[in-house]
Design a protein around this ligand. Sequence first.
Ligand code: SF4
Length: 392
Amino acid sequence: MLVILSNFLYNGVMEKFCIVTYGCQMNVHESEKLSGILLKMGLTETLKPTEADVIVFNTCCIRESAENKAKGNIGALKGYKKKNPNVIIAVGGCMPQQKGEAEKLIAKFPFIDIIFGTQNLFLFEKFLEERIKGKKHIIELEYNSPLPPENIEFNRDGKDNNAYVNITYGCNNFCTYCIVPYVRGRERSRKESDIINECKQILKEGRFKSITLLGQNVNSYGNDLNDGSNFSKLLKNVASLDGDFVVKFMTSHPKDLSDELIETIATTPKISHDIHLPCQSGSTKILEAMNRRYTREHYLEIVKKIRAKIKDANISTDLIVGFPGETEEDFNQTISLIKEVKFSQIFAFMYSKRKGTIAEKMDNQVPLLVKRKRVNEVLNLQKQILKEYKGD
Ligand code: SF4
């Protein structure tokens, strides 16, 4: 199958591919997989969609703005596709995984050739071949797939000399504002031996100075394996590999951050002291409505423990302002938490309704103007705190 397709490609019909990526590190890493698949098929990469024969949009749907951006860029290719009908346009990632979204995309952009999801991107070569053979409007989505195969070749971007390694896929947490468990499925952990082998391969290449272990919630790694694996042990074992490198990780969920893990980070050389610990809100009432399963007090307690054990810890966070029902008092709790913790970095977002989530249907949605005012207040406060840090 590969030979026939390669001949087709080498006959000059298809030479270049372009992948346009939106969203988080998980998506960036998945684009590295897609790129590896396409390179193996004999295509070369270009950064310009209008130079490519295969254009892949690897999309995000965590916020409406991310979806709108991707849709705008897909729509902008209408003329290019009209002039070059053999060009193949594919849309993958989180956006089409939302129920009914793939059909809507095809209706709005009938020139899309292939739609695939987060859980079957490793089959992209097969989808491409089906399209080349004449199948139209391919929609292939998986919702409960097991782990992807281990033998995928990555074309690692290597930005900042860093290599990403997935340790889990999916999420079990169902925060009420979040679409991820619906589009990426339940949490599945890779076997520790597979992760270690991948890390060894990365280190053998010699060009990476850091390895970032990726999961929606790295702290619950291993819960589904029932073999005694946990994130603290995994981190220690990756850090014990030979080589001059740093182990990073993201993202940590406060409810699962254990004392054992803090101890491991504090006492194991090579583990980064940058801890991204999304707080989301400083109000216990809002945290409960978000189904975060920790309180403001618990979060502050964890920060205290981290700072007691890891003197140079850089704690960064994500915050959502304007979650349904967030009053001025709740928001002030967030402001006071920021002042208390003094984060090294804050990623602050206005709450954005996501179809199919519980929060979408909640009463007391906060008006846009209020959300804007609050997000600006958070960002200005953070600027002030950073100035004080630097002693400006
Ligand atoms: S932990 Fe919550 S916010 Fe993070 S991916 Fe899972 S459901 Fe979404």
